[in-house]
Design a protein. Sequence first.
Length: 575
Amino acid sequence: MLTDSLPPGSSMASLPLAMEDTPFLRLWHGFLTGRVMVALALLLLQALGQLINQNGQPVVLAVCLAYFMAAVVVRVAARHAPPAPHAGVQWLPSIGVDLAAMATLQLLHTGSLNFTPLFGLPILMASVLGTLTLALGTTAAVTLLLLSWAWWLGQLGVEGDAAQRYLQAALTGTGYFIAAFLMHQLASRLVREQQVAQRSKVAALVQSQVSTLVIQNLTDGVLVVDEEFTVRMANPAGLTLLGCTPGSLPPFTLAQTAAWQPMVALAGLSFQQDQPQVADVNLLSAGQSPVGLHVRTWLTSPRHLAAGVPGFRLCVMFLHDLREMQARLRTEKLAAMGRMSAAVAHEIRNPLAAIVQANALLDEELQDPTQKRLTHMVQQNADRLARIAEEILDIARVQHQISHAPAATLALDDCVAQIWRDWSGHDPARRQAVVTLDAAQVQVEFDAEHLRRVLVNLLDNALRFMGREPDSLQITTRIHAPGQAFLQVWSDGAPMDQSVERHLFEPFFSSESRSSGLGLYICRELCERHGAAISYQRVHRPCRRGDVAGNAFTVSFRKAGRLQEPASLFDTIVV
């Protein structure tokens, strides 16, 4: 919370600022320079008086010269180190020298010239740069000097009313006291205002940095547009949704591109109606697929508050990818349907088993080929329903297995080779792959049955989308670091849509209508149980056809296995 008060006796010198470049330091330099200028003026006046009046006093000239030299020394020596504001000996080279010089000149000079107004310089310095104690103490010293000067004139027998001289000294001292107090209060007020301004500046800077950080890391696009449709600010997500070229930065105008005209129209409608707008727009760029956006606009201020202030009224546009919103909605619907389907699947298992058993008994009694085909169709569809029910109920089983499975280790290459032989043996003509095992004798923490389930799921997924070439499917094991291995299943399938890629490992999410969307989710759960991680990347692999891009699913095992001397550097099997 900002405060508008200072501790008692504080002044500009108490401001916690860097002294190399602060208003206080500049003010200190100003006073030092002022002392030098006053000393130089006194020296020149006295020298001129000596030239004009041959009867001048050399002692006064010597005092002015000494005062000038002292002021110059302090100006040079103390320019980097302002004194502490409290009263003390640190003020003697400046305020102390000023009082001594003015009193000496007043005492030695003969004639009508009066040096009393020069006492205002040390009083002003003490009031502005020091504490109230220093200001009042300096003023009291000046008042005592004035009273002493009045007494000294009386001792010398100078003509004039002594009471009048004492009264003049008292009035002058009183005026100095009032001026010192008022100047100190004004300086303290300026310090408070400066502290408030600096704290407000810091708070505004921090708020700006936080806002910029939040906006830059938002997944939704943000554009700040003025009434001329110039984009003042845009986060990376907004630039991406607009289809800007890499490296494009605001400011730029939305009117410069034909594809952005729907954005211009929506912003113009917001300014015209002076209220927020919501709309779905399509950005149609030449040679590119349309980009659907859900756009919400907000105005930074109403029209009547921004009247007469150019650039004060801005339109903030929030951009959401419609494909992402639809994918998120679809995921939520599938998740809700999945929960309901799990309950339904549990209830239909017993009736479905009765149907399968009755169909098998009926098939034994039938001899007609047509009727046999009908019972075969019933059996196929019943089996399909049973598989779907089992997949849905599989989640609960996996969670149970994960929570109760004991820790185990296995030889990665041996286990992968055995799983590959079992899987490919079901259809050797179709299930061909390049198997590269380069993690010989590496032990990983994983249950063998769980690893079989993960690898079979990945191979089944790859089989649906890969090509017909012998090297369209590749299985690889390698070692990243001592004791850390990974398993990768690569296939040359088409790239996935980004909306699909973001939800690959979520339950009940699938790009195919005939899939339950549980395979990759179960793979992820099993990997996390054993401290491993599964990820997807689009990777280029060397093939007989050249460098081919494909989909790679990588299982990175926990770095806790035992590494032995490998039997061979590369163990490659082409089936």
